[in-house]
Design a protein around this ligand. Structure first.
Ligand SMILES: [Zn+2]
Length: 268
């Protein structure tokens, strides 16, 4: 598939939205937006749980934009900004539970060869999702990578054939097989490949630990290390990997932590 840029007016309008700071959303799977000093000076270094954190301008201030892991207990958390420790409160958030029956048993209980493959792929995926590229950033706002009905399934606690699995770390967007997927802001392709669980996958690095992931594609239209611009076609919706039908699994990550894409997207 040829790379095409969709130069529709909507992208020009939405380009303004992508430079906005997100809403302070301080719950597990959410994003804390913490004041980090006056922007007269250079951007401070911020870390959370030992990992570097995205810092961006907001008006005349710097703000740290912190991904909060899904497993975080409600209560006080500490963010390091320069030489200071800054406390913030994490609120409780209830996520639903879902039980699924999956017909292909080999996708529920992989054999040793599959486990080896899954382990190798996990390393590549985790390295891409946790990568911190030190560049200036103007924000973390996104345009929708594909039009379609968005599920509110981020954070769902899932059971496949009664076996517990890790919570759902993305948003599923319903769309027909072959629907083009566009880059939701500028970035660089950090990884791409055909993975056991995720099928055909693209991971885009937007800088400062802000990373987005696209799974189950029918087709991949980009190469590793390729720069992509807002609106570039990166692939097409499909049903590859462990899925029951075509949809886009859309993941968004800050400081190596999956956060709810709904916080970063405009209202549908
Ligand atoms: Zn999904």
């Amino acid at each position: 598939m040829q790379i095409r840029r969709l130069l529709a007016l909507q992208f020009l309008m939405l380009a303004a939205a992508v430079s906005a700071a997100p809403e302070h959303s301080p719950w597990p799977g959410g994003i804390a937006v913490i004041e980090a000093g006056h922007s007269y000076g250079s951007a401070p270094q911020a870390t959370f749980n030992g990992r570097p954190v995205l810092v961006m301008p907001k008006g005349e201030r710097w703000v740290a934009v912190v991904g909060i892991p899904l497993g975080t207990e409600p209560g006080k958390q500490m963010l390091r900004i320069g030489e200071q420790e800054v406390a913030f409160e994490v609120a409780a958030h209830a996520y639903a539970e879902q039980r699924l029956t999956v017909k292909n048993q080999s996708h529920v209980t992989p054999d040793q060869e599959q486990l080896d493959r899954i382990g190798r792929e996990r390393q590549v995926i985790d390295a891409a999702l946790g990568h911190f590229r030190a560049v200036d950033t103007t924000g973390v706002g996104l345009v929708a990578p594909v039009d379609g009905r968005r599920s509110s399934s981020f954070g769902l606690r899932r059971f496949f054939n009664d076996q517990p699995r890790s919570p759902h770390k993305g948003m599923d967007i319903a769309a027909a097989n072959g629907t083009p997927i566009v880059a939701p802001r500028n970035g660089v392709v950090a990884a791409m490949g055909d993975y056991f669980f995720n099928g055909n996958t693209v991971i885009i690095d937007h800088g400062q630990g802000f990373v987005t992931m696209y799974c189950h594609l029918s087709e991949i239209a980009v190469e590793k290390a390729q720069p992509v611009a807002l609106g570039d076609v990166i692939g097409a919706v499909g049903a590859t990997g462990r899925v029951t039908g075509p949809h886009l699994h859309f993941g968004t990550y800050l400081n190596g932590t999956a956060v709810d894409p709904a916080i970063l997207l405009p209202q549908p």
